[in-house]
Structure formats: structure tokens, C-alpha cells
Ligand binder design. Structure first.
Ligand SMILES: Cc1ncc(COP(=O)(O)O)c(C=O)c1O
Length: 371
């Protein structure tokens, strides 16, 4: 699905050099690369503050901690996402309110959010799934109307841009009150282990987030907040500083792969290519097709026989998972999510895909549907 080895071969000498300098400095925790990476990423993102942390799940957790929510406060998010988005809501004793995504873009539906708002709603968490922004302008309008916080889960969309109706643009994660991301190795901006970060333009949130992520400590051994230990290792920050320089180039290569898939599949009626929303650029963390003739699992097996990997993101709706049964949702409450879970298939997608690999993947898929 991804080829981190090919990527390392390309940028290996720079990575080795960055790692060696950290090893020689022995500044493994909160070394200078951490601050420099935060500054460079803030500039790239167009935000005032980047607060790095240990992973993308922690970033979401910290974001919810800083808002001063009370048990039972409602958090609206999409039913079609990775589990991390919802587990932190449950962990903090908040009430998880799931809504269906849009069937075309896979992203949370602003209309479904509008229907789910109650007097107890405090937060909306849009997830910019598979590399494309959710409909942020509509979501921010709703949030303003009801006085809600917006935490953007931008783990899969580092570098994607939202285009507002007046033509101005902002990066995914830089629009809501707080944005979060993950540097899991396979992400568009991934490190060589776990890592994550938060984005905000709010000085108070930034100060408090830095404190909470470091045991609730602003001054050494003085604890103003109840905190956690969630820090980005200096080694990972040094690696990310190198990889950030290549992010735009790598995202453009992914887009070229997606264009090729789109063109090749254009006449194939049994599958739908991912819809591209007019209000967002797409950085194709995943290229996810919908198989329309009920043969998704057969196609997956056929691709395996051709030595072509594929993945189902996501195979089961969150509201039917054992751990979340207590939410009280019924099997048929989320028709869009349930349909997507049966249709979606993500194809290999990374910046180093070769023409012969793409030809093999696309011709195998077209051949399968011909039969
Ligand atoms: C949408 C989404 N949110 C959150 C996360 C959590 O990130 P991490 O694995 O770094 O904890 C991920 C990915 O792993 C993700 O895809």
C-alpha cells in the first residue's frame, strides 16, 4: 500500500545525517529539533502555534482536555473514521454523537451535523478523511450559530487546502479552534515511529496544551493542570524536519497517481472513483474506490492473487463495534456508513509508484470487471 523503503532510498542520506546529529547531541527529549520542527510546521500550516506530542490519538485527547468539557457534554463526529477519533471522546466521559458521512466524499455531512445538534452539544470533530477537507465553511457557520468548538482531525490530510467561497485558502487543520494530526509512518507526513501535533491560533489554548502535554507543568515541578506525558521525540522531530521539505512534492506525486487511476477507471461503471469536492484540494492519503456491483470482497481476493495489496478502510461501522454498543444505536441508524463499509476499497497509493506497477493494478481491476 505504501513504499517507505523507496522513500528512504531517496532521502536516506539527509535522514541519516539528521539522526546522527541528534544521537551525538544526546538531547533526546525536547531537543532543539523539536522547537525548530514546530516552527517550520507552523509556517507551512499558516498557524500561530504547533504543539507536538506523542501521536495523533494523544493530539485529539489533549485537544478535548483543553476545552474544559464536562462529563455528558456532547461531541459530534463522523461514524466513518479511524477509531482514534471516537475513543478519546469515550475516555473523557463525554457523550459521543455519531453522524453519517456524505456518500461521495466520505467526509462528515454538515447537514447531518445540523440535525444532531442539541443544547448539550459542545464540540464538532470533522475528520478530513483520505486526504480531502470536510465542508469546513458550512461546519464553521454551524459552530458559530450554536457557539460550539471545532476540533479538526487532520491526521490524513497534512497539506490539503480548503478553498473558501471568497477564494481564500487555508490548510486542513488550520481552520477550527484546534487542529490535530498524526505522523504515523504511512501518513503523508510520517516519521519513523509514532508522533503527532496540534495546531491553534489561540495563545491560551497553546499555553495550556504545552503544559498538559508535559505533566501539567509550566514551571518545572509546579503543576497547574492535570497533565499527561505526550512528547514528540527529538529523533522523530529531526526526521520530520527533513520530510517536511519534501511534503509538497510527495503530495503532488500522489495526485498524479490519483489522476492516472481516475482516467483509467473513467469508463468502468462497476466502480466509482473518489469524488473530489470543489472546496478542497486532495492530497490522496488514500485512493478509495467504491465497488458498485457487490463484488468488493471478490475483487480484493482477485487482487491478492495478482500480488496487488488493497485495504478496506473501514470494514465495520463504529456504532456496531462491541466497545460502543452502549451508545444505543441500532444497526440501521447509519445507512450511508453501512453502505460504504460494504463498498470501499483503497488501492496502493504513495509518491514512488512506478508506471508498470500502476499499469498492472489498473489492468487487473479492469480485467476483473470484464469477467
Ligand atoms: C483519522 C485519524 N485520526 C487519528 C489517528 C491517530 O493517529 P495515531 O496513530 O498517530 O495515534 C489516525 C491514524 O492513525 C487517523 O487516521
Amino acid at each position: 500500500m505504501v513504499d517507505l523503503k523507496a522513500q528512504y532510498e531517496k532521502i536516506g542520506p539527509e535522514i541519516d545525517c539528521a539522526m546522527k546529529s541528534v544521537l551525538e547531541s544526546t538531547a533526546f527529549i525536547k531537543g532543539p529539533d523539536v522547537r525548530l520542527f514546530e516552527e517550520e510546521l507552523a509556517q507551512y500550516m499558516g498557524v500561530k502555534h504547533v504543539i507536538s506530542c506523542a501521536n495523533g490519538t494523544d493530539a485529539l485527547h489533549l485537544a478535548m482536555m483543553v476545552l474544559g468539557l464536562k462529563p455528558g457534554d456532547e461531541v459530534i463526529t463522523t461514524n466513518f473514521t479511524f477509531i482514534a477519533t471516537v475513543e478519546v471522546v469515550a475516555l473523557l466521559g463525554l457523550k459521543l454523537v455519531l453522524v453519517d458521512p456524505e456518500p461521495g466524499t466520505f467526509n462528515i455531512s454538515a447537514e447531518e451535523i445540523r440535525k444532531a445538534v442539541t443544547p448539550r452539544t459542545r464540540v464538532i470533530v470533522p475528520v478530513h478523511l483520505f486526504g480531502q477537507c470536510a465542508d469546513m465553511e458550512s461546519i464553521m457557520e454551524l459552530a458559530r450559530l450554536h457557539n460550539l468548538f471545532v476540533i479538526e482531525d487532520a491526521a490524513q490530510a497534512t497539506g490539503a487546502e480548503y478553498i473558501f467561497r471568497d477564494g481564500s485558502k487555508r490548510k486542513a487543520g488550520a481552520i477550527g479552534h484546534i487542529g490535530t494530526t498524526s505522523f504515523f509512518p504511512s501518513k503523508n507526513l510520517g516519521c519513523y515511529g509514532d508522533g503527532g501535533a496540534l495546531y491553534t491560533n489561540d495563545d491560551n489554548f497553546a499555553r495550556k496544551l504545552r503544559s498538559i502535554a508535559n505533566h501539567g507543568m509550566k514551571v518545572r515541578y509546579h503543576y497547574d493542570d492535570i497533565g499527561v506525558n505526550s512528547r514528540l521525540d527529538t529523533l522523530q522531530a529531526a526526521i520530520l524536519r527533513v520530510k517536511l521539505k519534501y511534503l509538497s512534492e510527495f503530495n503532488a506525486s500522489r495526485r498524479a497517481v490519483a489522476d492516472f487511476y481516475d482516467e483509467t477507471f473513467a469508463g468502468c461503471l462497476q466502480l466509482a472513483s473518489p469524488e473530489r469536492a470543489g472546496y478542497s484540494s486532495h492530497i490522496f492519503h488514500q485512493y478509495t474506490i467504491k465497488v458498485k456491483n457487490g463484488k468488493r470482497d471478490e475483487l480484493k481476493k482477485y487482487l491478492e492473487s495478482q500480488k496487488i495489496p488493497s485495504m478496506i478502510y473501514y470494514p465495520g461501522p463504529l456504532h456496531m463495534q462491541e466497545a460502543y454498543r452502549n451508545l444505543g444505536y441500532g444497526e440501521n441508524d447509519f445507512p450511508v456508513t453501512s453502505a460504504l463499509c460494504k463498498e470501499v476499497l483503497s488501492l496502493p497509493m504513495h509518491p514512488d509508484m512506478e508506471k508498470d506497477q500502476l499499469d498492472h493494478i489498473t489492468s487487473s481491476i479492469l480485467k476483473f470487471f470484464d469477467n
